[in-house]
Write a protein that binds this ligand. Structure first.
Ligand code: HSE
Length: 304
């Protein structure tokens, strides 16, 4: 018996919500095909779509790391053969490692007769994030698993809340053709935050959450500001300031770094402006000698 599961790409942080907010994208994501084996081992037998760059070793691959965490919790020594189909670019900031881990967990849970309700798979996916970047952040794995817009109110204990999503909220992703590792993008951040920045950031998080619940696009727009991570990470992203200014002039509700970058996300109301965003962004990145892949997405409400 084989089970195939999908988990969507995600935008983490969403500007003001560093490590605590994320949303899932429809149409983009990873698939995992899973079957039991009799050898009591986890084997990653094939990976497609990664250009040969992801590790097949079970202790390094986020699929098998997540499955191992779940099997340890269950006290099971069941073996599995894992096939991974990457639909997401690596090191792009679209939650690539998270989508693989979540798809693997959804598949193994189904093959074992669903011993866990979906939300209880989250800690296992977070172990895969810890292995991938050094921190067990949940702002990619939670929306990838649960769908929609998700708030991680607290980590100890884990407290995850699904937020409302306005019907016509859309996302354009701008993915310039270079890679950034989350661990490198985290290393430029500061340990301490000045009080005035903490006040600005919490005002924005509260405003964004209220804007989502009230479908108030102007409030969402005013709240898409990040004074904690973006000012430091922007220097790792060629063209960031120019692209941001141009997209806001074209009517974006906001633009921020998707997760730890280099992909940028734009939130808008509806699809009309998407092509304008892409055309202008292409021009800017062209001048910098960078090619660009762009995606349009609505918010995925189902998750993995
Ligand atoms: N919150 C994480 C970070 C997301 O910004 O480092 C990584 O995708």
């Amino acid at each position: 018996e084989k089970v195939k599961a999908f988990a969507p790409a995600t935008v983490a942080n969403v500007s003001c919500g560093f490590d605590i907010l994320g949303f899932a994208l429809d149409s983009l994501g990873d698939h995992v095909i899973l079957s039991k084996n009799d050898e009591k081992v986890l084997r990653v037998i094939s990976i497609k779509g990664d250009g040969g760059r992801l590790p097949l070793e079970a202790d390094k691959n986020t699929c098998s790391i997540a499955i191992r965490a779940m099997l340890d919790d269950l006290g099971s020594d069941q073996g599995f053969d894992i096939e991974l189909e990457k639909g997401l670019p690596l090191g792009s900031g679209m939650g690539s490692s998270a989508a693989s881990a979540v798809a693997a967990l959804v598949a193994v849970n189904e093959l074992l007769g669903n011993p866990y309700p979906k939300n209880e798979l989250l800690p296992f996916a977070m172990e895969a994030e810890r292995a991938a970047c050094g921190t067990a952040h949940a702002d990619n794995v939670a929306p990838s698993l649960l769908g929609g817009f998700v708030l991680i109110r607290g980590y100890k204990p884990l407290d995850v809340i699904k937020l409302s999503v306005p019907d016509n909220l859309t996302c354009t992703l701008l993915h310039p053709n270079y890679q950034l590792n989350t661990s490198d993008s985290r290393s430029v951040l500061k340990d301490r935050i000045p009080l005035k920045d903490a006040i600005t950031q919490s005002g924005n998080v509260a405003g964004l959450v209220a804007g989502l619940f009230q479908s108030d696009y102007a409030l969402i727009s005013r709240s898409l500001e990040d004074v904690i991570a973006e000012p430091y990470r922007a220097s790792l992203l060629p063209g960031f300031d120019e692209v941001k200014k141009a997209m806001l002039e074209l009517g974006a509700l906001g633009l921020g770094i998707s997760g730890s970058g280099p992909t940028l996300f734009i939130l808008s109301e509806g699809k009309e402006k998407h092509e304008h965003f892409v055309q202008k962004a292409k021009e800017i990145y062209d001048n910098l000698g960078l090619s660009l892949k762009a995606y349009f997405s609505r918010i995925n409400t189902k998750g993995g």
